[in-house]
Design a protein around this ligand. Structure first.
Ligand SMILES: Cc1ncc(COP(=O)(O)O)c(C=O)c1O
Length: 396
């Protein structure tokens, strides 16, 4: 019999859908993929070269549980250079993707029954990770009208004696929102006052537009730093999703606990990928900037096209590579045998009838929206937007 823990877990909706779409594509179905949560670019060549070097240099064995010292030192250098923050390697852990760092962090601090606040819409896996750690997710809905800005009063209203942490993500998947420094400072001060942790997932840190910069929560004050576990990784910024390297920084005792957990569950992350990630962090700014600029062009194009469609209004998100248009004005409409009663019906209609893959907002606690990822070529985005336009017109 399968354990209650796993029986109660919902599989990652985005991964399940990616599997289905890959299957259809392999059968020759011409699908425009707006569903993917990974950059479409290849990993920069200098990083690939370092991985090749790693194999020849013998970086093919286990590394220490919290990761290679040289990579942890590089993470410290990055935080000092970019945010003026001092960390030592004992306050850094390298993991098999940011996902594993997040799981480690929750396993390290959450006791059964502890509450973890999650502003929504939120990334698919947060709720399941909290449940696996036997915590209680407390979802706090942010307002679409405010472009999903962090609403501190709403969050405050959900803080209780059981609150152990808040899990935030800026730049955000799926909304693309970038939280302001002021709102994050207020949140940090609230965490200090009410004695809870902030787990700050900053994996999209480099993908910001219109002059925005990522605000690193831990850099807001020494007291806030003492309560913050920052999650990051090379997946999104350096087009390295398949390499599976993420990292976390935070208070030494928490990082030690995360490392103990990691040591017993996976030993250590992939050694050659760790070696190559040093190159990513140290020497890849030009490639990151090229990718960011390309994402920015696509973002502006897609927002313009969406706003030109009837019944869709979409503010330009300032970060990540997603837009989350509200499609609820199509609820109740029909075409052929399709009736659109919710975002999942819309996702299904777009895929089956128009061969466009988007993700239902239901997967992100955004039941009136669909998530469109612009991690696809301009040519494909143009074709996909033409198809979407036609698909929505058929529903009018
Ligand atoms: C908000 C967020 N956090 C974490 C991750 C996971 O990153 P990684 O691939 O490094 O595990 C993702 C990937 O989609 C994400 O969107």
């Amino acid at each position: 019999m399968i354990s209650e823990r796993i029986k109660n877990m919902t599989p990652s909706a985005t991964l399940v859908q990616s599997g289905k779409i890959a299957d259809l594509k392999s059968k020759g179905v011409d699908i425009i993929g707006f569903n993917v949560g990974e950059p479409d670019f290849n990993t920069p060549e200098n990083i690939i070269k370092k991985a090749e070097e790693a194999y020849h240099l013998g970086y093919t064995k286990y590394t220490p549980a919290p990761g290679m010292l040289a990579l942890r030192q590089e993470v410290c250098t990055k935080f000092k250079k970019e945010y003026g923050l001092d960390y030592t390697p004992a306050e850094v852990i390298i993991s098999g993707g940011a996902k594993q760092s997040l799981t480690n962090a929750l396993m390290a601090i959450v006791n059964p029954g502890d509450e973890v606040i999650v502003p929504t819409p939120c990334w698919v896996s947060y709720v399941e990770m909290i449940k696996l750690a036997e915590g209680t997710p407390i979802l706090v809905a942010l307002d679409e009208k405010d472009a999903y800005a962090l609403d501190i009063d709403k969050i405050k209203a959900h803080v209780s004696k059981k609150t152990k942490a808040i899990l935030i993500n800026s730049p955000n998947n799926p909304t693309g929102a970038v939280y302001t420094k002021e709102s994050l400072k207020q949140l940090g001060n609230l965490a200090v006052e009410k004695d809870f942790y902030i787990i700050s997932d900053e994996i999209y840190e480099k993908l910001v537009y219109e002059g925005e910069t990522n605000c690193c929560v831990a850099a807001l004050s020494p007291e806030i730093k003492n309560r913050t576990i920052t999650i990051n990784g090379v997946s999104k910024s350096y087009a390295m999703t398949g390499w599976r390297i993420g990292y976390a920084t935070g208070p030494r005792d928490i990082i030690k606990a995360m490392s103990d957990y990691q040591g017993n569950t996976t030993t250590s992350p992939n050694a050659p990928a760790q070696y190559a990630s040093i190159e990513a962090l140290a020497n890849s700014e030009t490639s990151v900037e090229e990718m960011r600029k390309e994402f920015d062009k696509r973002r502006m194009y897609i927002v313009e096209r969406l706003n030109a469609m009837n019944h869709i209004q979409c503010k330009a998100p300032k970060g990540a590579f997603y837009v989350l248009p509200n499609i609820s004005s199509y609820f109740g409409k029909s075409y052929k045998h399709y009736t659109i009663n919710d975002a999942s019906d819309m996702t299904n209609y777009l895929l089956e009838e128009y061969k466009i893959a988007v993700v239902t907002g239901a997967a992100f606690e955004a039941p009136e929206s669909i998530r469109i990822s612009y991690s696809n070529s301009m040519e494909n985005i143009r074709i996909g937007m033409d198809r979407l336009d036609e698909a929505l017109k058929k529903l009018e």
